[in-house]
Design a protein around this ligand. Structure first.
Ligand SMILES: [Mg+2]
Length: 173
């Protein structure tokens, strides 16, 4: 499948359009502290497991604020990647479907003058589930009014799996 015969193109964000400058170990430590303050032991959990723990403890908004602040900073300092140059060249609607916070995606798109070329942004906190669940990608396509085959471009096995589950063609960066 090429970019010319699809109804929409959706890009992953970090590692695909930009490289976010985020010290994820520092983020995880800060989130673990927030959870510990709320009585949740997250000492053995990775950041994604911490999100689940935060959901269970009704601490998700607080935890999201912490992670999102780091990601927005990281987006302001982010490096533009080669695929970012393709975003403005599509004749079909373009979306972003990311595991990062939606706000951070929007900051990064603004920083690299891409916001005007992207018609829908779905982040980790935009819908109820996260990649590799197919719903975020399906929601992105719905927001683009994509009618027919679409293409998802990403940099991880998780992205590829998301596309498979959504029944969408996938292309590695
Ligand atoms: Mg990525």
């Amino acid at each position: 499948m090429t970019r010319d015969d699809v109804s929409a193109v959706v890009y992953d964000f970090d590692g695909t359009l930009v490289d976010l400058v985020v010290d994820w170990n520092a983020v995880a430590e800060e989130v673990a502290d927030v959870l510990a303050t709320g009585g949740v032991d997250a000492s053995d959990a990775d950041l994604w497991r911490m999100l689940d723990l935060a959901d269970e403890a009704d601490l998700r908004p607080t935890v999201e604020d912490v992670i999102s602040a780091h990601e927005c900073d990281g987006a302001r300092q982010s490096t533009r990647l080669r695929h970012a140059d393709l975003v403005a060249d599509h004749d079909v609607p373009v979306g972003v479907c990311s595991l990062n916070a939606e706000a951070a995606c929007r900051v990064g798109l603004e920083v690299h003058d891409l916001a005007g070329h992207v018609d829908a942004v779905v982040g980790r906190d935009s819908v109820a589930t996260r990649k590799p669940d197919p719903e975020p990608l399906i929601a992105t396509l719905r927001r683009l009014d994509a009618d027919g085959d679409a293409l998802f471009v990403g940099d991880s096995r998780r992205d590829e799996l998301t596309a498979e589950r959504a029944g969408v063609a996938f292309e590695w960066v």
